[in-house]
Ligand binder design. Structure first.
Ligand SMILES: [Zn+2]
Ligand SMILES: [Zn+2]
Length: 130
């Protein structure tokens, strides 16, 4: 194993990445990565150290988030990433029929939704003259 790979493994592991992902990046078998981490006691930062800055990465795309001292920590870099992540990780518990395109759609949340998408909302509201 090259020093370069060791460094990369350590770095990624500290960021809370999975073995499979790391193995893919350093092009080593997953088992090698795993035993290297165990031998060197490189723990998943997300489990052991909650103060590590890598926790500030966007949960959806993993990009680094700016941290403002007076603001609560953000979990996503953008609203788009937030909704993408939730739609992937949360099961919808509501469904409705879109007022605009009359398609049935499902979503998560308690609020009543009339439109399947923002596009439909705009279309119905402004008659497509956006
Ligand atoms: Zn993001
Ligand atoms: Zn619609």
């Amino acid at each position: 194993m090259k020093d370069e790979q060791k460094k990369k493994i350590t770095e990624m592991r500290r960021q809370g990445r999975g073995y499979a992902e790391i193995a893919d990046v350093v092009k080593l078998p997953q088992g090698t990565v795993k035993s290297f981490c165990w031998r060197n006691q490189i723990a998943n930062a997300n489990l052991t150290d909650k103060t590590k800055p890598s926790k500030n990465g966007c949960r959806n795309c993993g990009c680094q988030l700016e941290k403002k001292a007076d603001a609560p920590p953000r979990k996503f870099c953008s609203d788009q990433c937030r909704s993408e992540w939730w739609s992937k990780n949360r099961k919808p518990n509501s469904s409705a029929v879109c007022t605009c395109c009359h398609k049935e759609f499902s979503y998560y949340g308690k609020t009543v939704r009339k439109y399947c998408s923002h596009d439909c909302f705009i279309k119905d509201r402004f008659g497509g003259t956006s």
